[in-house]
Design a protein around this ligand. Structure first.
Ligand SMILES: Cc1cc2nc3c(=O)[nH]c(=O)nc-3n(C[C@H](O)[C@H](O)[C@H](O)COP(=O)(O)OP(=O)(O)OC[C@H]3O[C@@H](n4cnc5c(N)ncnc54)[C@H](O)[C@@H]3O)c2cc1C
Length: 461
């Protein structure tokens, strides 16, 4: 254990976990506060998750949605960015443990802001991940891109019609916004971008299936918008299967149980999982040491000021937190982070002047609405009581995403990539590598080998 870069500073120490919407916005909002910030995250970038599906389907590059956090905060002198996987928070000693390449570092804090987000949930079937990657990280998106395009390549070389059918069947599990966007984009990739580029197969014969255990598409956006999205997808050729519960996933396909209890099989080489979320396990770590509770998805049930019971200096924001009326969306994380930063700022200032901090006002979420793209020029949007779809919603989606992308250069690069795809049929990011396609299975093989070597060594000693 060590204290890297420790400074002999008496300033209030703020440790932020995560460089997503919550973590980054908390750090930025503390720019003018007299504190030392250490932002610890397991990736070097800030990820704009809402556009991951465009990386997976070759519209934009990963760099456009994942600028380095250190460069974003370069001019913020009170902030230090540290790479590390946080494994434990010691509430009693006020220390955070993070691991980088097998080395554990301990970082002390006066105030802790946890914004470690959520991962994919396979509802207790984590082995599904090997054959149905989720959509949470750049690795996921690049792996999916390689698997989608790789399936077309293999189909071109196959003379067996059944195998070709399996290779050209794409199943997206989960009909929420990400599932809808992925299904629409795989269909457009096949029908528009890849059309005419193979000699043995016709990519437009690709069969895209979007399925969900729920009875509707886009349930959080209500029946009207869900219906609109479903109609549009079906018009494009996507097959929608509802009330269909996935019971197994393997290399060659999935097993589905329908509402009437019957089981059936869909042969498919390429599956995408966008069905559920599980909050960072750090929530359970907090719960094990305090009165804090977590909900079924592992989200921390926070106080009205987003702190945890018994620890007014420990806050949880974004997808990791469970707050009534606050959805697991970027705005929830951004607004929560800014609110917490304001509390920290006011209380540090009050103490500087020898005053007692004022009682904290509860966090209030301002709902700015939600939207999802279905296809080129088509989206659905909900703003307050207003629900609309089609081209207008798509334009609103385009403008809003451009505003929220971090950095001027990123915005210009993304705008150019969109022009290539939306004004024409091309996509500028269709490069795939063998390492991307097989990374997950190879890493798992390596882990299995390492585990068996360890077992052998244990048995021998
Ligand atoms: C595919 C997809 C599409 C989406 N589309 C939309 C959309 O259109 N609109 C919308 O509003 N929202 C959308 N969301 C949701 C939105 O992205 C999240 O609500 C938001 O990112 C939550 O912010 P956060 O800061 O809580 O978590 P995140 O943004 O997930 O950030 C978590 C951070 O914590 C880090 N981290 C995690 N665990 C550790 C650890 N143990 N140690 C160190 N660091 C750690 C991660 O590396 C990351 O930097 C989408 C999400 C996904 C996955």
């Amino acid at each position: 254990m060590s204290h890297p870069g420790a400074t002999a500073s008496d300033r209030h120490k703020v440790v932020i976990i995560g460089s997503g919407f919550g973590g980054l916005n908390a750090a930025k909002a503390l720019k003018r506060t007299d504190v030392d910030i250490k932002l610890i995250a397991r990736t070097t970038h800030h990820l704009f998750q809402p556009l991951l599906y465009q990386v997976a389907t070759g519209i934009i590059s990963e760099g456009e949605i994942a600028p380095p956090t250190r460069l974003i905060l370069r001019k913020q002198r009170n902030a230090q960015v540290l790479l590390g996987d946080v494994t434990h928070v010691d509430l009693e000693r006020k220390m955070v443990d993070s691991v980088l390449l097998g080395h554990t570092y301990r970082t002390p804090y006066d105030t802790l802001i946890l914004a470690a987000g959520a991962g994919q949930s396979y509802f207790g079937n984590d082995h599904f991940a090997e054959w149905a990657p989720g959509m949470k990280t750049i690795d996921d998106a690049l792996e999916l891109r390689a698997r989608i395009l790789g399936a077309f390549e293999q189909a071109e070389r196959s003379s067996d019609p059944e195998r070709r059918r399996k290779l050209l069947t794409f199943v997206v599990v989960g009909a929420g916004p990400t599932g809808v966007e992925m299904a629409g984009q795989i269909q457009e990739l096949a029908d528009q971008t890849l059309k005419g580029s193979f000699r043995h197969i016709d990519p437009t014969e690709a069969h895209v299936i979007l399925l969900d255990a729920a009875p509707a598409v886009l349930p959080p956006m209500g029946p009207k918008l869900g219906r609109k999205a479903q109609d549009r997808l079906e018009k494009m050729g996507v097959e929608i299967q509802l009330n269909a519960m996935v019971t197994d996933v393997d290399r060659n396909g999935i097993t589905v149980k329908d509402q009437d209890g019957t089981s059936r099989r869909i042969e498919s080489a390429c599956k995408v999982w966008s069905a559920g979320v599980a909050a960072s396990p750090l929530g359970k770590d907090l719960a094990a040491q305090s009165e804090t509770e977590v909900d079924r998805a592992g989200r921390v049930k926070v106080n009205p000021d987003l702190s945890i019971p018994g620890h007014p200096n420990v806050f949880v924001v974004g997808d990791m937190a469970s707050v009534e009326g606050v959805p697991g969306m970027a705005q929830g994380a951004i607004q929560g982070a800014k609110y917490v930063a304001k509390i920290v700022h006011n209380e540090v200032k009050a103490r500087e002047h020898g005053n007692m901090p004022k009682p904290r006002e509860p966090f209030k979420y301002f709902d700015k609405g939600s939207m999802a793209t279905v296809s080129k020029y088509n989206a659905v949007a909900q703003v307050g009581k207003l629900e609309f779809g089609g081209f207008l919603a798509w334009l609103a989606w385009l403008g809003l995403h451009l505003i929220y992308l971090v950095g001027f250069k990123t915005k210009i690069a993304t705008l150019l990539s969109w022009a290539v795809t939306f004004l024409g049929r091309q996509r500028g990011q269709l490069t795939i590598t063998e390492q991307q396609a097989y990374a997950r299975t190879r890493i798992e093989e390596l882990e299995e080998i390492a585990a068996s070597v360890q077992q052998e060594e244990k048995a021998a000693s």
